[in-house]
Design a protein around this ligand. Structure first.
Ligand SMILES: [Fe+2]
Ligand SMILES: [Fe+2]
Length: 405
């Protein structure tokens, strides 16, 4: 296996890192790329306004998940766990011991590459891995890098390569930190993977003071995405689009529909312990079924966070609370989120087209059909259907005939 190792302070990781990681993986034909946030780089003093190590680790993990095509990029916090100065030579020794049969490549931008011979124990690094330097701007000449590669081959017997990254993005972490500290959030967000941006807003890093209870839509989106796995983001985006469209179609509150959709799955990846902690903290009561069903829990805890952390009104809170089960006498907003989540453009299952059609012609019939499909699915799996779903169905059916359902 060919494994790349890409270190940096990642303070914060930005789109330049992301583009470089994606391209270097392709260029070197790596099977795997390991990102390693550095604790105290001996050759670079950390900025006063830098984020704590655990935050840099988390942000790097979030960025790694967003790299396309997905998979094969991992993050290792081994340097952060060290006390005192952290040397790349130690890291590469550890990785060489961990992957004795694999081919390791240490990759870095040209600035690092050109000074590599001055690092601590370059000989030891070269014994453990090949060294690859890449260009950091579209204008940068490859020639100095090629000369350095030759020098490393001659001096250390290194396997060394210099490569051009055609779609490299010139971004620096210090530039991002300055923009954030100056409150130029829109500019900063354009240089960051959305989940990283959301995370640093949520944690108030780099001098940001976002008021979570009054976030504009774009910041609310980023914060919500930062709480989930990257692969879920398209679903949440699809739900938002669909909820907004449905709110326009049926005369609902478009802002509420949008914000409910943005937040509806924000606790989807919580552990059971985290769900229970939210319930304890905000006095959320759970019935027996909810206690044992993670799918049900995320609706309850997402609703609690929408209200208590993000300051959303009761209408939004309730739409999130019932987006999985439905309930008797649903409000328009509750129906909209329920069905938008069910049939947003990324959903693919038998019958979804019928749901999509009905949602714009007869919303109650669409929600009823959704409930019926859920009940059938639960029955098939031998699971207990939440009473709210049957109540939703009963109240929607009340006095109506669903000959087309
Ligand atoms: Fe959900
Ligand atoms: Fe969802």
């Amino acid at each position: 296996m060919k494994i790349g190792v890409y270190g940096g302070t990642f303070d914060p990781p930005h789109l330049g890192h992301m583009a470089a990681a994606a391209q270097i993986r392709e260029k070197l034909g790596l099977d795997r790329l390991i990102l390693i946030p550095a604790k105290q780089p001996p050759h670079k003093a950390l900025d006063q306004n830098s984020a704590p190590p655990e935050a840099r680790l988390r942000m790097t993990e979030l960025m790694a998940e967003g790299i396309q095509p997905s998979g094969g990029v991992t993050v290792d916090g081994m340097e952060l766990a060290r006390t005192g100065a952290s040397y790349t030579a130690d890291t590469m020794d550890a990785l060489a011991a961990r992957y004795p049969d694999d081919e390791l490549w240490l990759v870095m931008g040209s600035d690092m590459f050109l000074s590599f011979h001055t690092w601590y124990d370059p000989q030891r690094i070269c014994a453990a891995a090949g060294i690859c330097g890449f260009t950091r701007s579209p204008q940068e000449e490859l020639e100095p890098l090629e000369r350095q590669a030759e020098r490393l081959r001659q001096t250390f017997g290194a396997r060394a390569e210099a490569v051009v990254l055609p779609q490299v993005l010139e971004v620096s972490s210090s530039e991002v930190r300055s923009l954030l500290a100056e409150g130029k959030l829109d500019d900063a967000s354009g240089l960051l993977w959305c989940q990283v941006y959301g995370y640093l807003l949520r944690e108030g890093l780099y001098g940001t003071h976002a008021d979570l209870k009054h976030l504009p839509d774009d910041q609310l989106r980023a914060v919500s995405y930062s709480m989930m796995r990257a692969k879920r983001i398209p679903h949440v985006q699809g739900t938002e689009e669909e909820a907004e469209r449905l709110a326009r179609r049926w005369g609902g509150n478009v802002d509420y529909a949008r914000r409910a959709a943005i937040l509806h799955d924000c606790t989807k990846y919580y552990t059971v312990e985290e769900h229970f902690a939210v319930c304890d903290r905000y006095g959320v009561t759970l019935d027996e079924l909810e206690r044992h069903g993670e799918k049900l829990l995320h609706a309850k805890t997402g609703a609690a966070l929408a209200e208590h952390v993000f300051g959303e009104p009761p209408e939004v809170r309730d739409a999130i609370c019932y987006h999985t089960t439905g309930k008797g006498d649903m409000t328009l907003l509750e129906k909209i989120l329920y069905i938008a989540d069910y049939m947003e453009p990324h959903r693919a299952f038998p019958g979804v087209e019928r749901l999509r059609e009905l949602a714009y012609t007869d919303l109650d019939a669409a929600v009823a059909l959704g409930c019926e499909m859920s009940i059938a699915e639960m029955d098939e799996k031998g699971r207990v259907v939440h009473p709210n779903t049957r109540e939703a169905l009963n109240s929607l059916r009340h006095g109506k005939e669903w000959e087309h359902v």
